[in-house]
Design a protein around this ligand. Sequence first.
Ligand code: AMP
Length: 364
Amino acid sequence: MNVKSLKAPLAPGATIGILGGGQLGRMLALAAARLGLKTHIYSDESESCGFLVASSSTRGGYHDHDKLEEFAATCDVVTFEFENVPDATAEFLAAHVPVAPGARALKVAQDRLFEKDFIAGLGIATAPYRAVSDEKELVEAFRHLRAPAVMKTRRLGYDGKGQQIVRREGEAMLAFSSLGGVPCILEQFVDFEFEASVVAARARDGTFAAYDPPKNEHENHILRRSTIPAPMSAEKISHSVAIALKIAEALDYVGVLGVELFVAGDGLIAVNEIAPRVHNSGHWTIDACHVSQFEQHIRAIAGWPLGDPTRHSDAVMENILGKEVERWSAYAERGGGLHIYGKRVARPGRKMGHITTISPKLSL
Ligand code: AMP
């Protein structure tokens, strides 16, 4: 396939196309604007909070080739803010305009089995896992792994959607059928001490820059809080960053990626999953780092040098979920670090905003 590549760094005034118009697209557009770059957001939703801040926007389907072609013609590079962009859409666009990160990163991240095989193939620890595509495989998988285990659909799962904890073979059977009998993986439950993540960027020339890893706490599988620094030794931090570097290099990645980690008391660091995009656990970088993950992603895909990812402050980032946003005036009282995404409907658990509280940096 003929894939377009970027010939020279984009100058201010150029246009970055973004597939997806949620809060990640919105914050990418805001960061691009600061650098004098325009953004064109393409989304299939009628109300995307990214539309409110982008230079231009198109509502169109991800399989509408005419609209995608028109969109591509207005962009100098295209990126995406969610990993479930259909393969065919990314491939179609890549024939018209440079797309970053590339189709390989999308393919790997969209399927939990490909993702685990890819990570394990690099010699990086993951939870022990087995593919489950029918009941026979399920029985074998459950016998091979120790209970409890987590049954996850291979595709289209996020924030805990499409997954269930199972303790007995019968429960595993029920989980498999309640997930629709679609291809799944069964993973051993990792008895982690805490979850962390590495958010890092790789530029077009291979330069790599990682942010300090936060400790991430989830509620109902949704990120509630990221705390920086995480309680990790310098050795564990450099091991985690080395994992992210290995993954980025193996994918010949361009842009920001998130690597979600389980950190166990015995020193084990296992990769849970990778996100080929800016990541919720990197939102604190807007308020506590010289260059945020959003600017870093724009720099990388625009062919610019990466910025300085150093954190100047310690930080706690909390998501504002669902109706919590109605307490906006109480958040505003806290004095700073408030980001509200402008979404109209506050469904339960929906990410409506976040607030980052910074404090003087106490340690490396
Ligand atoms: P995921 O959608 O795979 O990112 O999973 C969402 C959350 O479920 C993770 O952040 C963990 O808190 C939890 N989880 C997923 N897989 C496992 C596992 N194998 N062991 C323990 N907890 C898990």
